[in-house]
Design a protein. Structure first.
Lengths: 267, 792
């Protein structure tokens, strides 16, 4: 059970909307332009590779959602044992690992040299936590997949869960957990799934759901948490960019994590 | 704690804090004490409403034979006037009341109570009170406005729920916190920088239901005063303003019932004598009933929903004898939101005030108050086999002693002390099945806040008025509990454990207050004021409209007292026999130890919430114009404020000044009330203001398949300008000695302006290759109807 106080405002707004009329309209707004900034996505996992680092750039808000790739960059990953590798750019902006391995407990440093600027990022791979099982339950007639796993006791653990619905990976990082409330316990995390473009469409019999449980380090958790704050709440008085572990103004995040996968077909 | 309340010269503890002003301070005190060593006598007593026996606050007694000599009743209706022996005619006045005069021979100290009658054509004199017609020119106090509940009756508001907090937003320098919101900002201060008092008890969260309604049921309220500039020394603890709300005392002559049925809420008030003309009581309640409609819904899920709020006010008073009177008053209110067994959320305030008025002779008035305030929220959750509760609470116990001494007509001395004990439960999560989920209990916070004050209102010459004073506050963070020190990246570097009763840290602050009034002509004056304020409770809120779960934190080893120095200058002018009043004030505020949040700050359930804060300075300045027409069939006012408030906080916006979220350049309000006959009053208000400073994205990027906003600076954009007109009409259907009834009709946002409540950014649902900007509008054209009645 995760209790998210920040959602209460949303609940209140919804409740208020029961008898307050509100309307939404698309408007034109003249927004400033911003100098382009590099965006890092990817990391290294304890599963067989290759692992991918994707480099793109920001665009102005009014432009199309076409994000230019950063090509010709030098992306180097080094672990704390001295193993090092320069990643290979296999397609524009996509850099993959070949030899370096993801091992729990090791600290990975990524150095990027792109367009004359250097960016570094450090992430430590936590201990592997595996999914025990997936079950299906119903809340108010809505089908929900519940992920079961066991939190290691006595240490602070952080998790991100991602879902592929009928083999399509859902965007975003909506399910993140810290173990403050559940240290050392059997965790049951319900995963609500709905189609963003068609909110009526939830899980149905015959659907497949693949759950990826990632154990992440605290900085990566902090990135995902502040990402939710910045993007989710339209009530936030001062939204800000999520707290990234990339230096020099780089956006996005570099994550050394473990991964565990299970798949279930909704009965 | 060395209080000096009993003596008239300040003790040596003032020396270290204000050496330069000390000699002046003593001189004026001593001077005032000697100024009545002549053959003079005192007339004292109370001024009441003849029909209800309610004490009148701010009623004026003047002496016909001694122009410019008079006394004003205090918060308990008491006045004291000391003049030379002789034959006089006393004139008693209060706005909305018949003027009463009485001749008397003064050859000894006498007690004289007055009961004055409400003017027959009362409605034509609605609008802001102003005791003596030219008080705004003659009084030293500036940056202050008074409202009586009668005054707000005809001003149209959202859903017809008349609301003092929404009416004060129409005054210059006071800004609305947003669409339909009862929250307010004063002269650039944040919402938590307003001290909101209900019968002296702090109200920590004055709003219901996301701020659309305030907790103040206007049927229970007698008088509202807002100090936005030079707060008298008797008040302290907040930087921007004091909103002092006093509850009705109840009719001590006969029983009565007042009530109203509105679109969203109904009200009922009962009042009457306990012992005729000796004591009275009043009980007032209000409740919304939107949830009753939900019960009628066909949707079983909606039927299980709970959504309502209520307020209960109660007060009783009893006069023990001529010299002693006691009052007991209280407030209890809750918002309740829930969904079957699954989710329950309630929050609200509770206050209680026990007061004892005592007269020492004819010239010294004393009030002793014992006050309790509480704000809390409770969340109950049930999830599968698990159920649990989240609670949070702030409360204080307050002993307050105030003396008012009236040595002569030129001087009034006020002094006293205040001792507050604060206890804050920042949050606790308890789980019924504790074996399955861990519980969290954040460290409770304790503090003791003390203050002594003295002020002297003094007229050294006919054209000059002075009011100067000093408040010294001491705030101590107390144990038990862990206190943390943090490094610049917010990590705990030191933890110290304190035991119960340990003083962790004490901050002593001297807060001088000074006001000067120079009368230029019979109808105009110049005023100047300087005020320093300290604030030791801070509200952490990172949402635009505030949230019931916002957390109050006390000053600690990391959080220093917020400080503000304000200088203001004003020109006051009345025209056409005081029919028009014009005031202009300019102010500049220097703010220190201001709080803002790190990017992505976690403010909820965080033991180390102080590590998420950043501290810096700020400045607020502006000019306010206020023109009102106080009499005639058409009355009302126009107010305009031009202002700016900026913060400078290392870690935000590269350490450069940036506009605070409540910064607005222009703010205009027009209020017009027209009374074509005794049966009808029609009214209209129009407001316009520049949009708040806000953070919008300048770019975007993609991670994990989602398009994200890219922000480049804090508060670098503006919401669109806001404007709105509301219209209202009141029809007085019946009016007799026994019964009155009226109908009130209003339309909020009469021309349907689509004001932005929020502006959000999202992927275009029809074209995923594009993003779009969405404006959410809450209220366009909201009509309402309210029926009000009164059995007398």
């Amino acid at each position: 059970m995760t209790i998210q106080l920040k959602n209460i405002h949303t609940v209140l707004l919804l409740a208020g909307a029961v008898f307050l009329s509100s309307c939404q309209e698309v408007i034109e707004l003249d927004l400033n332009t911003a100098a382009q900034q590099i965006v890092v996505e990817g990391g290294i996992s304890d599963q067989p590779g290759p692992d991918t680092i994707k480099l793109t750039k920001t665009v102005n808000f009014s432009e199309k959602n076409t994000f230019p790739e950063v090509t010709g960059a030098v992306v180097k990953i080094t672990d704390n044992l001295g193993n090092t590798e320069v990643l290979n750019e296999v397609s524009p902006g996509k850099y993959i690992t070949n030899t370096i391995e993801g091992v729990p407990g090791r600290t990975y440093t990524m150095l990027i040299t792109a367009e004359g600027k250097e960016y570094t990022s450090v992430s430590t791979m936590p201990a592997h936590v595996g999914l025990d099982s997936l079950t299906v339950d119903a809340f108010f007639g809505t089908l929900v997949v519940i992920a079961h796993f066991t939190d290691p006791a006595g240490i602070a653990n952080f998790y991100s869960l991602r879902i592929a619905w009928n083999d399509t990976l859902l965007p975003g990082r909506d399910f993140i957990i810290d173990d403050r409330l559940e240290d050392g316990r059997a965790i049951e995390q319900p995963l609500f799934v709905r189609d963003e473009n068609n909110p009526q469409r939830g899980l149905a019999s015959g659907d497949s759901v693949t759950v990826y449980l990632e154990a992440i380090d605290e900085n990566v958790y902090e990135y995902y948490r502040t990402l939710g704050l910045a993007q989710g709440g339209n009530q936030a008085a001062s939204p800000a960019n999520p707290i990234s572990n990339i230096t020099n103004g780089g956006l996005g995040c570099f994550s050394a994590h473990t991964s565990s996968t299970l798949k279930i077909i909704i009965p | 704690m060395p209080y000096f309340c009993g003596c008239l010269t300040p003790g040596p503890q003032f020396k270290p804090v204000m050496p330069r002003h000390l000699s002046l301070f003593i001189f004026l005190f001593v001077f005032s004490v000697h100024s009545f060593a002549q053959q003079k006598f005192t007339i004292s007593g109370s001024i009441k409403d003849a029909a209800s026996g309610e004490e009148l606050i701010g009623a004026v007694v003047t002496v016909k034979e001694l122009p410019g000599t008079g006394a004003v009743t205090n918060a308990y209706g008491f006045y004291s006037l000391t003049i030379p022996q002789g034959n006089y005619t006393l004139v008693v006045q209060s706005i909305g009341y018949e003027t009463m005069s009485e001749s008397l021979q003064l050859s000894q100290n006498i007690k004289k109570d007055f009961a004055i009658a409400v003017k027959a054509a009362e409605v034509s004199e609605i609008v802001l009170t102003q005791q003596r017609r030219d008080e705004n020119v003659k009084e030293t106090q500036m940056g202050m406005e008074k409202l009586r509940v009668k005054d707000i009756e005809n001003i149209p508001v959202l859903m017809g729920e008349k609301d003092v907090l929404k009416t004060i937003q129409l005054l210059p320098g006071v800004k609305s916190a947003g669409e339909g919101n009862s929250g307010f900002y004063v002269r650039g201060g944040g919402a938590d920088q307003n001290l909101i008092l209900l019968d002296e008890a702090t109200v920590y969260n004055a709003s219901h239901l996301l701020g659309f309604f305030s907790v103040f049921n206007s049927d229970a309220i007698k008088d509202v005063t807002i100090y936005k500039g030079s707060q008298p020394a008797a008040y302290g603890g907040r930087l921007s303003s004091v909103l002092d709300i006093k509850m009705n005392d109840g009719n001590d002559r006969r029983f009565g019932a007042t009530g109203g049925i509105g679109l969203i809420a109904s009200r009922l008030t009962l009042e009457g004598p306990i012992v005729k003309e000796k004591g009275s009581f009043i009980v007032s309640g209000r409740r919304t009933y939107a949830d009753l409609f939900l019960k009628a819904s066909r949707d079983s899920a909606l039927r299980e929903a709970r959504l309502y709020f209520y307020d209960l006010n109660a007060k009783a008073n009893y006069q023990l004898n001529e010299k002693n009177r006691i009052y007991l008053s209280g407030y209890f209110g809750r918002d309740v939101l829930g969904f079957g067994e699954l989710f329950g959320f309630d929050w609200g305030n509770a206050t209680g005030t026990l007061r004892w008025n005592h007269l020492f002779g004819d010239k010294m008035f004393s009030n002793t108050s014992l006050i309790y305030s509480n704000y809390q929220y409770n969340i109950g959750l049930e999830f599968g086999d698990l159920s649990g509760k989240i609670i949070s609470r702030i409360e204080n116990y307050n002993l307050k002693q105030d003396f008012q001494y009236y040595p002569g007509t030129k001087s009034t001395l006020k002094f006293g002390f205040n001792s507050l004990y604060h206890r804050i439960v920042p949050g606790a999560i308890t789980i019924d099945q504790a074996d399955q989920v861990n519980e969290i209990k954040l460290t409770k916070k304790y503090a003791w806040e003390n203050a002594v004050y003295a002020s002297h209102e003094y007229k050294p010459a006919a054209l000059l008025g002075l009011e100067y004073g000093l408040r010294v506050s001491a705030f101590s963070a107390l144990g038990p509990g862990n206190f943390y020190s943090y490094n610049t990246s917010g990590e705990v570097i030191d933890t110290t454990e304190y035991q119960s009763g340990d003083f962790v840290k004490t901050y002593i602050r001297a807060e001088p207050r000074l006001g000067i009034n120079y009368i230029l002509t019979e109808t105009s004056s110049l005023k100047a004021a300087y005020t320093r304020n300290a604030q030791n409770l801070h509200l952490l809120s990172n949402t635009t409209s505030g949230n019931p779960t916002d957390l109050w934190i006390p000053t600690s080893i990391n959080v220093k007292p917020e400080m503000a120095d304000q200088v203001s200058l004003g020109y006051f002018r009345n025209f056409k026999k005081n029919m028009y009043e014009l005031s202009t004030e300019v102010y500049y505020k220097d703010l220190r130890n201001q709080i803002d949040y790190k990017d992505g700050a976690e403010l909820t359930f965080n033991e180390n919430v102080e590590s998420e804060l950043l501290y810096g300075t700020g400045r607020a300045y502006g000019v306010e114009f206020f023109l009102k027409k106080t009499t005639g069939k058409l009355n009302g006012w126009i107010s305009y404020t031009l202002s700016r408030v900026e913060k400078k906080i290392p870690g935000i916006n590269k350490g450069e000044y940036y506009p605070a979220k409540q910064d607005r350049t222009h703010d205009v309000a027009v209020v017009a009330i027209y009374e074509p006959s005794n049966k009808w009053v029609v009214s209209a208000t129009w407001v316009y203001y520049t949009g708040n400073a806000v953070t919008f994205p300048s770019g975007k990027y993609e991670v994990d398949g989602r398009v994200l906003n890219y922000y480049t600076e804090r508060n670098g954009y503006r919401m669109p300008a806001y404007h709105r007109m509301d219209i209202g009409a009141t029809w007085y259907a019946k009016k007799s000695d026994k019964f009155e009834s009226s109908w009130n009709f209003s339309v909020y946002n009469a021309y349907g302006r689509k004001n932005a409540y929020t502006i959000t950014f999202r992927e275009d649902p029809d074209d995923p290759s594009r993003t779009q900007v969405v404006r959410t509008t809450l209220f366009t054209f909201v009509p309402s109807i309210t029926y009000n009645f009164k059995f007398k």
